[in-house]
Write a protein that binds this ligand. Structure first.
Ligand SMILES: [Mg+2]
Length: 300
């Protein structure tokens, strides 16, 4: 399918689908950012152009950038933007949100157990398995030593999602408290926090225990993030402790969606993974952090 046909379908769909403008914008963003073909097809189909084959290919070559593509999708976009403007705390998920990869999958790959662990991760992120069960099973499979984590980091340094560094810099500059709240491992997240100028005290993640010789010795199952429902617990803890009035959670997964409430708004991030549950449940769903940066810049 040629690009001209796909653009025509975008326009045609826009004329027939109710409330279609955000969907058109999302499709345009997907095109421009070369997001997954399946996501693009899904958006087009929601616009009413049902006859597009799922195997259709699209090109970004002649799609110009458009300011209208910054609207995103979501049921409470205005509220999410307002909460972001007012936010005294913004909590970021890490895997597939701050960073492009799932940390545990990177570790598993490094240890030669990638495929088995990826299946467990995927089930957990789609909400099909209790988080604590998936975590326990994956760690039992990996048995990661402290040295394994350090070597893995050396060989595979974290890759950041586009614009996330800029967004966090702007939040830091505005004195908004930024947190990393992750079902991943503290030992992998601390170097990420260092790069983003986030104090280690603002990391909520899982702690691994080691034997005196550095071999794996289980994990701290009392850490809220080690259990299903952990992220809302962290939100409540932060609100109780610091009396935050406007907390925004940003993430790609089902566990991030669980964080609101107590978080006042949840912004879904689909730059790496687009999960239908998150796309439907988020107050605002974006594919590029630039959309959030624009909201912050509007204040100035
Ligand atoms: Mg994630």
């Amino acid at each position: 399918m040629s690009l001209s046909v796909s653009v025509a379908l975008l326009r045609g769909g826009a004329n027939t689908a109710k409330n279609s403008k955000p969907l058109v914008n999302t499709a345009a963003t997907l095109l421009r950012n070369q997001r997954s073909q399946s996501s693009f097809v899904s958006v087009i189909q929601r616009l009413g152009a049902q006859n597009i084959p799922s195997t259709a290919k699209f090109s970004t070559s002649t799609v110009s950038s458009s300011s209208s593509a910054t609207n995103g999708i979501g049921a409470n976009i205005s509220k999410a933007k307002e909460e972001l403007r007012l936010a005294d705390a913004v909590c970021f998920d890490v895997d597939s949100t701050v960073c492009t990869e799932e940390g545990i999958d990177v570790l598993a790959e490094y240890l030669g157990k990638g495929e088995a662990v990826a299946k467990l991760t995927s089930a957990a992120m789609d909400g099909g398995t209790l988080f604590q069960d998936a975590l326990r099973d994956r760690l039992a499979l990996l048995q990661p030593s402290k040295q394994n984590f350090l070597d893995c980091h050396e060989k595979h340094p974290p890759q950041f999602c586009p614009n996330v560094h800029k967004l966090i810099s702007k939040l830091n500059a505005r004195n908004t408290d930024v947190y990393l709240v992750s079902g991943g491992f503290r030992i992998m997240i601390e170097p990420i926090a260092d790069i983003l100028n986030i104090p280690h005290t603002r990391i909520y993640a899982n702690n691994i225990f080691y034997n005196p010789d550095g071999t794996y010795n289980g994990f701290d199952d009392q850490e809220p993030t080690s259990r299903d429902g952990g992220k809302p617990k962290v939100m409540k803890m932060l609100i109780d402790k610091f009396a935050y009035k406007h907390v925004v959670m940003i993430g790609d997964g089902a566990t991030d969606l669980q964080a609101r409430p107590p978080a006042h708004a949840m912004i879904g991030y689909g730059g790496i993974a687009q999960r239908e549950k998150v796309m439907n449940g988020a107050d605002w769903f974006v594919h590029d952090f630039k959309e959030l940066i624009d909201v912050i810049d509007e204040e100035n």
